[in-house]
Design a protein around this ligand. Sequence first.
Ligand SMILES: NC(=O)C1=CN([C@@H]2O[C@H](COP(=O)(O)OP(=O)(O)OC[C@H]3O[C@@H](n4cnc5c(N)ncnc54)[C@H](OP(=O)(O)O)[C@@H]3O)[C@@H](O)[C@H]2O)C=CC1
Ligand SMILES: CC(=O)N[C@@H](CCC(=O)OP(=O)(O)O)C(=O)O
Length: 347
Amino acid sequence: MENKKHKIAIVGATGFTGSELARLLCQHENVTIKHITSERHQGKLFSDLHAQFLGIIDQELESADVIKESELDVIFLALPHGVSMDFVKKWKHKKSKIIDLSGDFRLSTPEVYKNWYQKDHVFIEGFEHAVYGQPELFADQIKKSSLVANPGCYPTASILSLAPLISAGLIQEGSVIIDAKSGLTGAGIKANDTTHFSNVNENFKAYGIGIHRHTVEIEEQFSILGKSKVQVQFTPHLLPIDRGILATSYANTTRKLDQESLISMYTDFYKEKPFVRIRNSAPSIKDVRGSHYCDIFPFWDQRTDRVIAISAIDNLLKGAASQAVHNMNLMLGLDEKTGLEQTPLRP
Ligand SMILES: NC(=O)C1=CN([C@@H]2O[C@H](COP(=O)(O)OP(=O)(O)OC[C@H]3O[C@@H](n4cnc5c(N)ncnc54)[C@H](OP(=O)(O)O)[C@@H]3O)[C@@H](O)[C@H]2O)C=CC1
Ligand SMILES: CC(=O)N[C@@H](CCC(=O)OP(=O)(O)O)C(=O)O
């Protein structure tokens, strides 16, 4: 018997995460891409904009207006934050499940959203329904949800790096410091001064110091996992590479640990999570590039009695598109690994 194909749409398909979604979903055995949308490029072929899809997805880009009348199982929103919420509001009566890649529904309340995104939220109702889409941590809620807030890229790497210790209540309050670095595609497809070649090439800098919106996303998720308020110091950096995130997380623990028990705690925590790999040496960005893996090396520094957990992901995949597909698999009751077992791309 032929597989039932779920109908999906990718809204904002011309961007970086939208085109990665298209790459994954065109090979996914259980879905068919019904619509791919763009407002600026409607009428052109997807493969005209992204030549790598020539002969693979020569589908016409449509305006998101077509979604209104279309029967869809899942809609992926690969739109900027502040834009996604308008669409979620507009389509609130549709039966389709929505996976939003933006930050619009990741936080706990519209007030917290306003504080960190400097924008009033237009769809407050959404906060009650949205589930934070970290498949390794919240699969049960994701399976029942019809609105998933796909996590941010830095939060994915950061949260997974310390989740086993936070969940076990082993982290000393106020001691978490996360130093994270991202490739340039994290900043989206539109070029600007920051992403200008000569400002990035052979250069390296910190940004968003003390104010980056991912700080609160990480804090809120740690607070849920640890069942008490957690504050973190988070600093992002821009790497002169196209894709990948490396996060180095430091924390003091409430009791002394050792390397062996740390590794066994992490291995145990992630034992049924096929896309988190516990390493016994520091991972590099290229070890996970082009894949859905998050590699983590937890290290016990016996000199300073501190944990240093290093995690690596591909920001466009585990940090965005493949995580969204993982969420879709869970929401549709499919095998969670479907369409996600790409081997990392080296060198
Ligand atoms: N890049 C990354 O590594 C990650 C990104 N994210 C989040 O995912 C979302 C998408 O990111 P990314 O793919 O990088 O973004 P891009 O800037 O690369 O693409 C954005 C897309 O949104 C569309 N768009 C922009 N404004 C509007 C609008 N007003 N109405 C309708 N469509 C619009 C554009 O379509 P067009 O111009 O063709 O009409 C484009 O296709 C963002 O919220 C981002 O924060 C999350 C994790 C990681
Ligand atoms: C390198 C770079 O600029 N990265 C982006 C993060 C991209 C992302 O995941 O952000 P969202 O929360 O908007 O989804 C930034 O720091 O704003």
